[in-house]
Design a protein around this ligand. Structure first.
Ligand SMILES: Cc1cc2nc3c(=O)[nH]c(=O)nc-3n(C[C@H](O)[C@H](O)[C@H](O)COP(=O)(O)OP(=O)(O)OC[C@H]3O[C@@H](n4cnc5c(N)ncnc54)[C@H](O)[C@@H]3O)c2cc1C
Length: 383
């Protein structure tokens, strides 16, 4: 098992056992699939099914009566991202797409979707972003209007992970407008089979990722499918992001750790100027920077996860610090890994080339680095 986890004070023996079991699972079940990752939709479904069979999805999908364990979430994301960004995404989307439902939906709605997601029988998505509302969630234009015993949703969402693969979406829509124009948001669970729901387009990204634009045209959703009270959508969306934010940092650490391992192996085998790369001091400097940044990132991630687990309130500043630092550091570490590999690091299909593309999205989704800085400073000034 990776020694770092053993050295940290943040974990229980169960966490350490989980980390070790997941590392073996990833080596046996995920790594061989990651090499073959071409069919993004099929791969996503396959990963959901494999993760469900291993009993891992229950660590991503919150339950209403048990405290959600962010440390387990982070340990699993780090291990999955070490081998496959797509497996990591398949895992975490089951959680992001169900968190609000698990906390606030009526009991029968909650049990229906949460159970299916945890067992891998339904694929979840989280639909917040719109063409005019990215970082600024209050600019959401999608509306939901009450009509008898239903809500009628109209509008569109873009950059929605699992668009076209998901069986259901947690959708945030405007149900009122405050003075000044900010949206009063409410959350809804929308089945992909609902008339009026369409997947408008799939968006090709820099690395394999099932994502696209969805639209609602007079999409009637039963009133019971509103998640939480009317007007609680913003709080539910922010609570979801706050809970999962540190885990984006964990995924970044998984990718960075893989890049470092690949670099150590390469530097210990490749000779130039009659010596191994590992014997050149400029390469050693890179390796030293990489491990130092990785250790710092992991410390921030697992501190944030630990605080979220033990505190009754939020740990927003620590989660944002973890996400900000780990995703930015992973970008630098993977860039150094490409440099150490020379031309071999740019060859399509090589591990570091794949990591170089995979890691970029983490600095943008679930709040860009700039937005994390605003959260950190905002909290700091309040403390
Ligand atoms: C791979 C991927 C998966 C995604 N999955 C989902 C998903 O499943 N569900 C979902 O709802 N969304 C998803 N998103 C959307 C993602 O959350 C948004 O892309 C992100 O919040 C940024 O919004 P934007 O792209 O509109 O950029 P913008 O908000 O337009 O920002 C553009 C730039 O301006 C900066 N900026 C914005 N406001 C400020 C400010 N106040 N101060 C300083 N700088 C600022 C940003 O940091 C950024 O650098 C995903 C995105 C990606 C790339």
């Amino acid at each position: 098992m990776d020694k770092f986890i053993d050295q940290l004070p943040f974990f229980t023996p169960e966490h350490r056992n989980l980390a070790s079991a997941v590392a073996s699972f990833v080596e046996e079940q995920i790594e061989p699939r990651a090499i073959e990752e071409r069919d993004v939709d099929g791969g996503t479904r396959d990963y959901v099914s494999v993760l469900a069979s291993a009993g891992l999805l229950r660590y991503a999908v919150a339950s209403h009566d048990k405290r959600f364990d962010v440390r387990s979430l982070c340990l699993i994301r780090e291990a999955l991202a070490y081998s496959s960004a797509l497996a990591d995404l398949a895992f975490v989307m089951q959680g992001l797409g169900t968190y609000a439902i698990s906390q606030a939906a009526p009991e029968h709605v909650r049990d229906f979707w949460v159970l299916r997601a945890a067992e891998g029988r339904a694929i979840a998505a989280f639909a917040l972003t719109e063409p005019e509302a990215g970082s600024d969630v209050s600019a959401i234009r999608t509306t939901a209007q009450r009509d008898g015993d239903a809500w009628v949703i109209d509008g569109s969402k873009r950059f929605i992970s699992n668009a076209g693969v998901a069986d259901f979406y947690t959708v945030f829509a405007r149900t009122g407008t405050q003075t000044g124009g900010r949206a009063d948001l409410s959350a809804f669970v929308v089945s992909a089979r609902m008339p009026g729901f369409t997947v408008v387009e799939r968006t090709e990204m820099i690395s394999p990722h099932p994502i696209g634009e969805i639209a609602f045209n007079g999409c009637r959703v039963p009133a019971e499918d509103m998640v939480g009270p009317e007007g609680d959508g913003f709080v539910l969306a922010m609570r979801t992001l706050d809970t999962f934010r540190a885990s984006v940092g964990a995924a970044a650490c998984g990718m960075a750790r893989r890049a470092l391992d690949e670099s150590l192996r390469y530097a210990a085998n490749r000779k130039q100027f009659g010596r191994l790369l590992a014997e050149h001091q400029l390469i050693q400097e890179k390796l030293a920077d990489m491990i130092t940044e990785l250790d710092a990132a992991r410390l921030l991630v697992y501190r944030a996860a630990y605080l979220k687990d033990i505190r009754t309130g939020r740990a927003s500043r620590e989660a944002s610090e973890a996400k900000l630092y780990a995703t930015e550091a992973a970008g630098r570490i993977i860039d150094q890994a490409v440099q150490i590999h020379g031309g071999a690091g740019l060859v399509r299909g090589s591990v570091v080339e794949r990591l170089y593309r995979d890691v970029r999205a983490l600095r943008i989704y679930e709040g860009t680095s700039e937005i994390q800085k605003l959260i950190i400073a905002g909290q700091l000034l309040k403390e």
